[in-house]
Design a protein around this ligand. Structure first.
Ligand SMILES: C[S@@+](CC[C@H](N)C(=O)[O-])C[C@H]1O[C@@H](n2cnc3c(N)ncnc32)[C@H](O)[C@@H]1O
Length: 422
């Protein structure tokens, strides 16, 4: 009984949704901390963490996933450097450039930003980088700035020769870069997080929101929006970007960089509105339970609802499709995909089933397969607004602005058509 209580405390404190890492991970961390503290009864441990902030922080340190490396995903950093050169340096900015990296884990991300700035010719006085993580251990390691091979991945490691010195089979970051980053232990979800912070021109918040449920993701995005200057840019992790589809943000032109700026008012009509995720065929449901928390940011379908019994084949297919949406919404992607495949065997021309499979592939990071599914959807149903909107976003991210515009225009026409106004 105590493990769920501990999971719920972790969710309340740091936003961690147990289904995203699995109860196994949390229970292993709890067992490790109990061993370290010499405690054998989980109820005793639960009582300790409800009273001791220090031990709760130790548990958080044990449970967090610090996975990170220099120049992770490459393109976000190329887009950042591009923006610094063409927008920041080309402008008449006299104030230092303010950058936030949250969560920064063991420092690889903010130090990468510092190396990019040095490569762009900015001095330490030209920019201020704040780097924040909830884990004390991570922040301590970040401050030491000494890294093993795991932090250096990918083919191009020329930056290591420029900015690091080998020390005892590891690599020590040079002080000229190290001193550019200000580390701080803090919790993005804590009430006072934004207090006293001036807004940032650039925010990197990558690979954190995936561990939150839907309401917590929005709470975090609200906070980041608050902290971003009007003309600032925001980078998320690649599987987190669909959260911004629902907000007035536009993707940066740079391909696959997962960076956004606020959509300008005059362009807001151009901003493809958020695709809805519900199947177009309505299915009767009872409305007596609240929606469940959603670990993955792609489904708007109301969850946890009982479906009414139907006996026609078409009705049963609708029920199965609705069930697949609900499973996907709860994070059970494999099971949802299996339902879709069963449905496609029965009825290969069902546009909404292809659409849901596209959402599932997109959430799993398989953009090529997602795009294939969305294209099939619009082949079967040329006015499928949601699939057209997703295709527009995918093409824009891939740098294919022509197709992105064409899908956007088709989505707008489909929306008017579906409303009966076009
Ligand atoms: C996978 S790392 C991401 C690091 C880096 N942004 C990247 O993408 O390479 C996730 C980090 O989130 C931190 N974290 C988890 N919950 C947090 C919270 N509520 N506030 C701040 N940091 C948090 C963890 O300590 C961990 O270091």
């Amino acid at each position: 009984m105590s493990l769920p209580a501990i999971e719920s405390l972790l969710k309340q404190k740091m936003g961690l949704h147990s289904s995203t890492v699995g109860s196994g991970t949390i229970s292993q961390a709890v067992e490790q901390r109990m061993r370290d503290c010499g405690i054998t009864d989980i109820n005793d441990y639960r009582n300790i963490i409800s009273q001791s902030e220090t031990e709760l922080n130790e548990l958080i340190d044990t449970v967090v996933i610090p996975e990170t490396w220099f120049y992770r995903d490459r393109n976000p950093f190329s887009a950042f450097s591009d923006w610094v050169r063409h927008n920041w340096q080309a402008g008449a900015a006299h104030t230092p450039l303010r950058i936030l990296s949250v969560p920064c884990s063991t420092g690889e991300e903010p130090y990468t930003l510092a190396m990019c700035l040095a490569d762009c010719g900015l001095t330490a006085a030209d920019a201020h980088i704040d780097a924040i993580d909830i884990s004390n251990t991570n922040i301590e390691r970040a401050r030491q700035a000494r890294y093993g091979n795991n932090s250096f991945r990918g083919g191009d490691l020329r930056f290591r020769d420029r900015y690091f010195e080998p020390v005892d089979a590891r690599f020590q970051l040079k002080d000229t870069i190290r001193q550019r980053v200000h580390f701080e232990q803090s919790n993005l979800l804590e009430q006072g997080f934004s207090a006293g912070r001036a807004p940032y021109h650039v925010i990197f918040c990558r690979n954190l929101l995936i561990y939150f449920d839907r309401p917590t993701q929005h709470q975090a995005i609200d906070r980041l929006e608050q902290l971003l200057t009007g003309d600032g840019i925001l980078f998320l992790g690649h599987s987190e970007t669909s959260l911004l589809l629902e907000r007035p943000f536009a993707a940066l032109e740079f391909p696959r960089c997962f960076g956004f700026r606020r959509a300008e008012k005059k362009n807001r009509a151009d901003h493809t509105p958020a695709p809805r995720s519900k199947p177009k065929t309505p299915v009767a449901r009872k409305r007596d339970r609240p929606p469940a928390a959603t670990p993955l940011p792609f489904a708007e379908v109301e969850t946890g609802e009982e479906l009414q019994t139907v006996d026609t084949e078409a009705g049963q297919n609708d029920v199965l499709l609705q069930k697949a949406f609900r499973l996907a919404d709860q994070g059970h992607l494999d099971e949802a995909a299996r339902h879709c495949e069963t449905l496609l065997q029965r009825h290969a021309l069902q546009a909404d089933t292809h659409y849901l499979l596209g959402l599932i592939r997109e959430a799993a990071g398989n953009t090529a397969e997602a795009e294939r599914m969305f294209r099939r959807t619009v082949y079967l149903d040329p006015t499928h607004y949601e699939a057209l909107a997703h295709l527009s976003v995918i093409c824009r991210r891939q740098g294919d602005t022509g197709d992105a515009r064409r899908f956007h225009e088709r989505a707008a026409r489909a929306q008017r058509h579906n409303r009966g106004t076009g």
